[in-house]
Design a protein around this ligand. Structure first.
Ligand SMILES: Cc1cc2nc3c(=O)[nH]c(=O)nc-3n(C[C@H](O)[C@H](O)[C@H](O)COP(=O)(O)OP(=O)(O)OC[C@H]3O[C@@H](n4cnc5c(N)ncnc54)[C@H](O)[C@@H]3O)c2cc1C
Ligand code: SF4
Length: 333
């Protein structure tokens, strides 16, 4: 493991100043924020991430969960995953978020993991995590051995010839269905970015994963209240029942009036190179009767453009069943 400098800060402006001279804001930058450390330190031990300097942001005043005047949430970037998942208002008003968080990692990890860090967690692609192999995400232009190799757990939506890595987060899938907004403070001031615009597709630059610029600090996440009468579900399918990443997951938020779905927000996990908003599925189910046949039709729409790799064709059917079942659970609960 490479030696690195370490300093703490308790001031947002100071944190931004300390990292704004970094070469790049993307993963791979030489000066990095560290929050819970459960992604970054892991990857530093594997020499996948090799920053020169860490700025510890755990003392910044960004650890609050607040309710907004419209019944929504303002979630500080340093709120721990366990605190967010178990917050009474989150459990009662945003069950999809609580369920997604509780399905992730282990209790110990959730106690350390933060909201900001979870948004920026990196792929579990085995080649990315092993410096003995080439990897376009780790070393641009070096190649993608996953396309011809171990790709069972990798993505089927949003892939490119350069990278097929899955975004592994559960929380991000729920936040995508909730149409959350990421608030960023940086050298140019504060800006808000819709979560769907925050992540970038791999294209020919898979090392660029989001819109952050040098010095940008995620300060909080805003979530609007779910419309009255909405039901939500997060369903995660994986190789074992706990402490495992999703092979397929679905976050659904639906309103049903007189047996028909009047509003739907749907996001898929475990299958996309970013948390996958399933707009086509939303359009398909909205205005239709809440029946298993129509849930299946919506799932077919969601996966219409899926492109499987040699080992993960099964994910297409798995993801369809996951979404159909999540819609059934949400409309019958
Ligand atoms: C064994 C294991 C199993 C796991 N299983 C799951 C799972 O099933 N589901 C799941 O969703 N996740 C899972 N995780 C991932 C875990 O949720 C993430 O590691 C965690 O959320 C990252 O948060 P952190 O605060 O520790 O991030 P850190 O490691 O501190 O930081 C991660 C990245 O975010 C940057 N960063 C952190 N905070 C900010 C900020 N405020 N502004 C700008 N940049 C910031 C850092 O510079 C770094 O690049 C697992 C992790 C492990 C180790
Ligand atoms: S899928 Fe992406 S992360 Fe995995 S080896 Fe290919 S380029 Fe690297």
């Amino acid at each position: 493991m490479k030696l690195f400098a370490y300093e703490k800060t308790s001031d947002v402006s100071d944190a931004i100043k300390k990292t704004s001279n970094s070469d790049t804001a993307q993963q791979g930058a030489k000066i990095r924020f560290v929050a819970g450390g459960t992604t970054l330190l892991d990857l530093m031990k594997l020499s996948v991430e090799t920053p020169d300097s860490l700025v510890d942001i755990n003392r910044l005043p960004l650890d609050k969960i607040e309710t907004t005047s419209d019944g929504g949430l303002k979630i500080g970037a340093l709120v721990r995953n366990s605190d967010l998942a178990n917050h009474p208002y989150v459990k009662s008003h945003f069950p999809v978020l609580s369920e997604a968080l509780l399905s992730g990692a282990s209790a110990q990890l959730r106690n350390m993991a933060t909201t900001g860090g979870n948004l920026l967690q990196r792929t579990r692609c085995v080649y990315f995590r092993d410096t003995a192999y080439a990897c376009n995400k780790r070393e641009p232009g070096s190649g993608c051995p996953a396309i011809e190799g171990e790709n069972r757990t990798l993505a089927i939506l949003g892939t490119s010839d350069s990278c097929i890595a899955t975004n592994p987060s559960d929380m991000n899938v729920a936040l995508t269905a909730l149409e959350a907004t990421i608030v960023i403070n940086g050298p140019g001031g504060e800006r808000a970015v819709a979560i769907d615009d925050f992540y970038t597709l791999p294209g020919s630059t898979p090392h660029i994963e989001n819109v952050l610029k040098p010095g940008d600090l995620i300060t909080h996440v805003l979530v609007k209240a779910m419309p009255a009468g909405s039901k939500s579900v997060y369903l995660k399918l994986r190789d074992r029942a706990s402490y495992e990443f999703a092979l397929a997951s679905a976050a659904v938020i639906v309103q049903v009036d007189a047996g028909k779905v009047s509003r739907a927000r749907i996001a898929l996990g475990g299958v996309g190179t970013k948390p996958w908003r399933a707009i086509e599925a939303e359009k398909s189910i909205t205005g239709s009767a809440a029946t298993p046949e129509n849930f299946r039709k919506a799932a077919e729409e969601a996966l219409r453009n899926a492109k499987p790799q040699s080992q993960n064709k099964f994910k297409i059917e798995l993801s369809k069943r996951c979404l159909s079942h999540a819609l059934k659970l949400a409309t019958t609960s």
